[in-house]
Design a protein around this ligand. Structure first.
Ligand code: CA
Length: 384
């Protein structure tokens, strides 16, 4: 048997076995078995079981794919540790131990420093900007290029929106208040903070509360009001600073074992892409919908001081961020290439953002409710 014929026979045999394993579908035994081939995939995540929005969104993705494909592609979802430990998701998908993974590309910064651009970098793009880059600015293509040597493709699937800057036990007046501060802040944000005099500490989510309570750390960042309230951080720190300059719109990733992806029929690939895009929007929308109530609860019920970082601190952090990114690119051509593309996209959009979202935010004024005695107050429908 020639090699190609052998491979073909194996592929057909595999399809037949897959059909037999699920007892065939409606009309099984028809004339086009390949069209009805059923795929049973596994997806491992970096999130704890039932973790709101993140794990919820992944479950939603699997459900949507199963329904849209009429059961042709069913994906079993495993939370961190159920099949694979959180930080081994990349390797498991890369090797094909499982077909899919969900997490954040910057978790793999140790292997691929450039991966951080596909999640968030300090003073980088916000959620809207990340989506513009991914879908309209060549971001996904670049991501695939960076992941190709690792046997992976990836698509954006989820975004927290701009995070909060973090919880501090003492108020910040200027850069001198950062000196010697022990803060839980991972990744590039931690590297930038280190240049500003902070001792960055790495701690998983489950250990933050106790560390802050015992004074092992003086400050921490986590996500934003909704998740921070659940963690109870307001009970161990009073000062809640904004904005999350270090994570302005972190994107989450759906990673797929490349050979499995390439063997998937085109219509199932499209279903996966559309379900991922739908959950990408769903997660961001959940954050936008749930954060306001959590912020109100933190401020009004728990008396948390919600404060902007002093401009002097932001200015120093901006400067240090540029130094850190340039430094990382020095010996890493992949990092340099992605950084250049990312920066060009961000700079290219600056003027447009200035006259659109930024100008509109300014035009809206402060968070005070707008008082109007006009048509709106009399119950007329608001203008679009
Ligand atoms: Ca964070």
């Amino acid at each position: 048997m020639r090699r190609r014929d052998f491979l073909k026979a194996v592929a057909v045999g595999g399809a037949a076995a897959a059909l037999a394993a699920c007892g065939g579908g409606p009309g099984s035994g028809g004339t086009a078995p390949t069209a009805r081939r059923r795929y049973r995939w596994k997806l491992v995540t970096t999130w704890p079981p039932n973790f709101p929005i993140f794990q919820e969104g992944v479950e939603r993705f699997a459900r949507e794919v199963r329904r849209m494909s009429g059961g042709s592609l069913s994906i079993q979802v495993f939370a961190a540790g159920q099949l694979i430990p959180a930080l081994q998701v990349f390797d498991a998908v890369s090797r094909g131990t499982v077909e899919m993974g969900h997490g954040a590309a910057y978790y793999w910064a140790g292997k691929i420093p450039a991966a951080q651009f596909f999640t968030a970098v300090p003073f980088g793009l916000n959620a809207q900007g990340m989506n513009a880059w991914f879908y309209g600015g060549g971001g996904i293509e670049l991501w695939h290029e960076v992941y190709a040597p690792h046997g992976l493709v990836a698509f954006p699937m989820g975004n927290t929106g701009v995070q909060m800057g973090g919880w501090f036990r003492r108020p910040l007046k200027g850069v001198e208040d950062l000196q010697g501060l022990k803060m839980r802040i991972p990744g590039l944000g931690g590297k930038v903070m280190a240049r500003a005099g902070v001792n960055p500490v790495l701690l998983p989510g489950g250990e933050i509360y106790t560390a802050l309570d015992r004074g092992t750390i003086d400050a921490t960042e986590w996500v934003g009001p909704f998740h921070d309230l659940r963690l109870g951080l307001h009970r161990v720190a009073r000062y809640y600073y904004y904005p999350g300059w270090h994570e302005p719109g972190p994107a989450l990733e759906l990673s797929i074992h490349r050979p499995a992806w390439e063997a998937l029929p085109r219509e199932l690939q499209l279903i996966v892409q559309h379900a991922a895009a739908s959950v990408n929007l769903w997660m961001l929308s959940e954050f936008e919908a749930r954060n306001p109530e959590a912020l109100r609860t933190l401020q009004e019920r728990h008396g948390v001081q919600v404060l902007p970082f002093p401009e002097e601190i932001l200015e120093a952090l901006r400067r240090h961020s540029a130094e850190v990114l340039d430094g990382l690119g020095r010996d890493d051509p992949v990092f340099r290439k992605v950084h250049a593309a990312y920066r060009a996209f961000q700079e290219h959009g600056a003027r447009w953002r200035e006259v659109s979202e930024q100008a509109y935010a300014k035009a809206l004024g402060t968070g005070e409710p707008v008082k109007t005695g006009g048509a709106a107050a009399r119950g007329a429908p608001p203008a679009a």
